[in-house]
Design a protein around this ligand. Structure first.
Ligand SMILES: [Mg+2]
Length: 265
């Protein structure tokens, strides 16, 4: 099945073009290794414990509905500074973040029987540094963008905190010039899957919904939002996830380069 008559391709950023989950995983591994050497715990167990504690803590804050709406996950909270964004919730997050990081790591250690807030604080500082060292991008990202550039308008539609998403992009600066527009939910004020941010994207592109395609890895944001406004959706399912029939992508690909076959005329 081919996709015809499109003028613009809208891309999600994290885990569609940037290999964010690997960057996060490697940052956890490096930090947990240091934690293990200092305390004798198992690094794998420490990672699991910290992820669990971070998630629970993050969900307990009054900012949780906002972070969910904008699309900022607990592990982004472990390295984000939240210095930008106009909404007052960003200022709350900016204040919460240092304590959140420290507490998540300290509680993770404590869950494994290590009561050491000093080590928790040290690991809380190490994790953001480890993440910042790893701005990983998929091998195929640039091949795909090179093939599309000039043939389609390209727009980046990403959920997240403005300064963090910009920092991720700054880690791979070659990515930025490919895009005619970059829209970050924390700047716009509402995140995917809200129809408003998709309509805003179409307005910026100056196209109707049926002239664009949305490419993303997440059914509940990228695909649902595109479907809602009547834009063709392409689900990048790299890990063979099984979907139910609640959110049905127009197309499913296992590798980003398959997008070029779909678009080939
Ligand atoms: Mg994504």
């Amino acid at each position: 099945m081919r996709i015809m008559g499109k003028q613009a391709v809208l891309f999600d950023l994290d885990d569609t073009l940037l290999w964010d989950d690997r960057s996060v995983k490697e940052a956890f591994e490096a930090t947990c290794q240091a934690g293990a050497e200092a305390s004798g715990v198992d690094p794998q167990q420490l990672e699991e414990a910290v992820r669990k504690e971070a998630r629970a803590l993050y969900e307990s804050y009054e900012t949780f509905p906002f972070t969910k709406m904008i699309g900022i996950n607990p592990f982004e909270g472990l390295w984000a500074n939240f210095r930008e964004g106009e909404q007052e919730e960003f200022r709350k997050l900016e204040q919460l973040a240092p304590g959140y990081r420290k507490e998540a790591w300290t509680r993770g250690l404590r869950a494994l029987g290590v009561d050491n807030a000093e080590l928790g604080a040290k690991l809380a500082d190490q994790f953001p540094a480890e993440r910042r060292k790893r701005p990983l991008v998929y091998d195929e990202t640039f091949r795909v963008l090179d093939a599309l550039k000039g043939k389609y308008k390209l727009l980046l539609l990403t959920n997240g905190s403005p300064d963090l998403q910009r920092e991720k992009l700054a880690g791979v600066p070659e990515l930025i010039p490919y895009f005619d527009h970059i829209i970050i939910s924390g700047e716009f004020g509402e995140g995917k899957p809200a129809a408003s941010i998709f309509r805003h994207a179409l307005e910026r592109l100056g196209i109707e919904p049926d002239h664009g395609i949305m490419v993303g890895d997440k059914l509940t944001t990228d695909i649902l939002g595109a479907n809602t406004i009547g834009m063709t959706s392409v689900w990048v399912n790299r890990h063979g996830a099984v979907r139910n029939d609640e959110i049905i992508p127009a197309h499913e690909i296992a590798h980003l380069e398959e997008l070029l076959l779909l678009l080939e005329q």
